[in-house]
Design a protein around this ligand. Structure first.
Ligand code: IMP
Ligand code: MG
Length: 182
């Protein structure tokens, strides 16, 4: 298995991730059985989650993406969340599911929600792979989270450190000792 030096410990194995994504798909299939939601993925971190989730959906869906940046690949936040690339779909009166890799401080999600709400969608729900509830800086709960973890900086399965580590098939704790060597 590919296990770079900066991997301190594996927190969620690829087998567990697979199961978690299956649960997320089930939740969407059940809650949107009679609807055609617009799934908005937050790039780039959501890539593997979104790609594995999509083929398991047994309902009509529309897909779109937003690029929103706040972390800039560093361990600590560097700037205010900024929407870099917008949605292309008309979301007015539509059911929206925002799909993201991790909900951390939730500042990014808050900015995104208030932005999308201006376009008057029918509903907005949040589906994330990993929730870090103890890191919250604003009040916000995901409607579905496959995993809930403590306050550690994680990498892998889409999550990056300085744009690296997204390709790891598992989610791992990043070893801070390697911050300047990566
Ligand atoms: P938030 O605004 O603090 O909720 O986080 C915004 C974004 O930062 C998330 O969507 C992730 O892309 C990124 N992020 C948050 N926590 C981590 C982490 O532990 N590792 C890598 N990226 C993270
Ligand atoms: Mg993200």
């Amino acid at each position: 298995m590919f296990k770079p030096k900066y991997v301190k410990r594996i927190i969620i194995s690829s087998r567990r991730i697979k199961k978690g994504i299956k649960c997320a798909a089930k939740w969407i299939n059940k809650n949107y059985a009679t609807k055609t939601p617009i799934l908005i993925g937050i790039l780039k971190g959501v890539m593997p989650f979104f790609g594995n989730l999509l083929p398991q959906l047994k309902i009509n869906v529309v897909t779109d993406f937003i690029v929103i940046s706040s972390f800039k690949g560093q361990v600590k936040r560097q700037s205010k969340p900024t929407i870099i690339t917008n949605v292309k779909t008309n979301i007015t009166d539509k059911d929206i599911i925002i799909v993201d890799d991790v909900l951390d401080s939730a500042r990014t999600m808050k900015v995104l929600i208030s932005y999308l709400q201006k376009k008057k969608p029918k509903s907005i729900k949040i589906v994330v792979l990993v929730d870090k509830p103890n890191e919250r800086k604003v009040t916000l709960k995901p409607d579905f989270a496959a995993f809930s973890i403590d306050n550690v900086f994680i990498v892998g399965f889409g999550l990056d450190i300085k744009e690296k580590a997204r390709n790891l098939p598992y989610i791992a704790e990043f070893d801070q000792d390697y911050l300047n060597r990566i």
